[in-house]
Design a protein around this ligand. Structure first.
Ligand code: GLV
Length: 331
């Protein structure tokens, strides 16, 4: 559908970098939510009126109600690799193309996964709080003694591109033994490249010194790690979640951390974020960050540009760069 200027109109649902807006404005009339506030479902449905494309972040839900209210919509482009904010069944049924931003964030996210692992295993934030609180008036041999990272066993649940990038860091950089579990086993060449060994979930939980969660969210994996799974882990283990809130039962994790059933956790994602389970805020042995695993300027720019390029490519040439449902007929 054309706007009053005759050019297709699109919505950018959340503030993005000016370069990205300029890039889009070369092709479209762009309505920009130039704030960091998330549009409510009603506001989003309203702002989408007359728009054929939209750039979303993980905070905007695209579902049947939104699509029914906006039958003119042709493409929804998420500025994220995860897309659990998209109801893909409804999107497919509406004949709308959906895209995400794979690859451009893989290495940056893997870097962060490792940063969180290191900070958690070596009790970095706990010891910083101690120092800032002026408590460093004595020293002991075991002060903030953490878990070894080099040479330990790294377990990875979810072995997509980011999982593989983490495996490489662990195996090649830190001499870790890497074990993984995934819906499907990697082929032999990839396993060799990652120096990773496939195990079942029970063995992963039992053997990992550090367990890293990198699997995509779907209702089937809700609470994949809860009290029963934590009970199978080593008491000295750390748990790192850079995947999605809801994969871990945060309430059960807080109890396990308080009771030292595992040593520590590092969490970048939370159930119901930006809210954080209050019990997680009061246990010392957890490192918390506000969903920033892909947050470097270069990577966030690349993600937003890729989302923009998907919209441009689909609406001007009928073919997106990173489609999730490529069988949808062209715009
Ligand atoms: C971030 O969580 C993403 O899915 O890109």
């Amino acid at each position: 559908m054309a706007s009053t200027t005759g050019r297709p109109a699109i919505l950018v649902a959340r503030k993005v970098f000016p370069e990205v807006v300029d890039h889009l404005r070369a092709h479209f009339d762009v309505d920009l939510n130039d704030t960091d506030d998330v549009l409510s479902p009603q506001q989003l449905a309203q702002r989408l009126q007359g728009k054929v494309g939209v750039l979303t972040t993980g905070s905007e839900r695209v579902d049947a109600a939104l699509l029914t209210a906006n039958p003119q919509l042709k493409i929804v482009a998420n500025i994220a690799v995860g897309y659990n904010n998209f109801d893909m069944a409804a999107i497919n049924a509406a004949g709308v193309l959906a895209t995400n931003t794979p690859d451009v964030l893989t290495e940056t996210t893997a870097d962060f996964g490792f940063a969180l692992l290191m900070a958690t295993a070596r009790r970095l934030t706990e010891s910083e709080h101690f120092l800032r609180a002026g408590l460093w008036n004595r020293w002991s041999l075991d002060m903030f003694a953490g878990a070894e990272v080099h040479g330990s066993t790294l377990g990875i649940l979810g072995m997509g591109r980011i999982g593989q990038a983490i495996a490489r860091r662990g195996a090649h950089g830190f001499g870790m033994k890497v074990i993984y579990h995934n819906r499907s086993r990697l082929d032999a060449a990839l396993e060799a490249d990652c120096k990773a060994c496939y195990v079942d979930k029970a063995e992963l939980l039992r053997e990992a010194d550090h367990l890293m969660l990198v699997l995509p969210y779907s209702p089937e994996v809700h609470h994949t790690v809860g009290a029963a799974e934590i009970a199978q882990m080593k008491r000295t283990a750390t748990l790192i979640n850079i995947a999605r809130g809801g994969i871990v039962d945060d309430a059960a994790l807080a109890v396990a951390l308080r009771e030292k059933r595992i040593a520590a956790a590092g969490l970048d994602v939370f159930e119901g974020e930006p809210k954080v389970h209050p019990d997680l805020l009061t246990v010392p042995n957890v490192v918390l960050s506000p969903h920033i695993a892909s947050a470097t300027m270069g990577t966030r720019m690349a993600m937003a540009m890729l989302a923009a390029d998907n919209v441009i490519a689909y609406l001007t040439q009928g073919k997106a760069l990173t489609p999730l449902n490529p069988d949808v007929t062209s715009a």
